[in-house]
Design a protein around this ligand. Structure first.
Ligand code: RB5
Length: 150
């Protein structure tokens, strides 16, 4: 699998650890910044990663900020992105199995390194279940298009 990763300053310290773990698992990871822990705004880095994932069909992303909230909200503004904010292995499993998430988001101020490993394991090892979830995924894009979703 190919991953793109980006953070803000509040997620920067976990970036190298996360990159190393993804590589140890045998996957590619491309760092879209930032290059230091200097204060930056998360929407720009969310957008870089979101655009890369949408442009590179079949790829995935990892986004980290302090809570994971701002960076996931930002990424989800990009059409074609399904960024799941996760807190543990269960939510990382569910966001792949049920939401077909293409970006895993988490908060450096929320989770420890062991939880990061367990989320990455679950995210990588889980396939989208399709079935009843497929129609719901199709409706997600409709949320920003004013479609009748009932
Ligand atoms: C930065 O202080 C923090 O607000 C940001 O990383 C993130 O948690 C926002 O949702």
């Amino acid at each position: 699998m190919r991953f793109y990763i980006a953070t803000d300053h509040a997620g920067y310290a976990l970036k190298e650890f996360t990159k190393d773990y993804v590589r140890e698992k045998g996957h590619e990871i491309i760092d879209l910044g930032p290059d230091s822990a200097d204060r930056v705004d998360y929407p720009g880095f969310a957008k870089k990663c979101a655009n890369a994932v949408v442009a590179d069909r079949g790829s995935f992303g990892i986004l980290i900020c302090g809570t994971g909230i701002g960076i996931s909200i930002s990424a989800n503004k990009v059409v074609g992105v399904r960024a799941g904010l996760c807190h543990d292995a269960y939510t990382a499993w569910a966001t792949r199995a049920h939401n077909d998430a293409n970006i895993l988001c988490f908060g450096e101020r929320v989770v420890g390194k062991g939880v990061v490993e367990s989320m990455i394991d679950a995210f990588i090892d889980t396939e989208f279940e399709g079935g009843r979830h497929a129609g719901r995924i199709a409706k997600i894009e409709g949320c920003s298009l004013g479609a009748d979703l009932n």
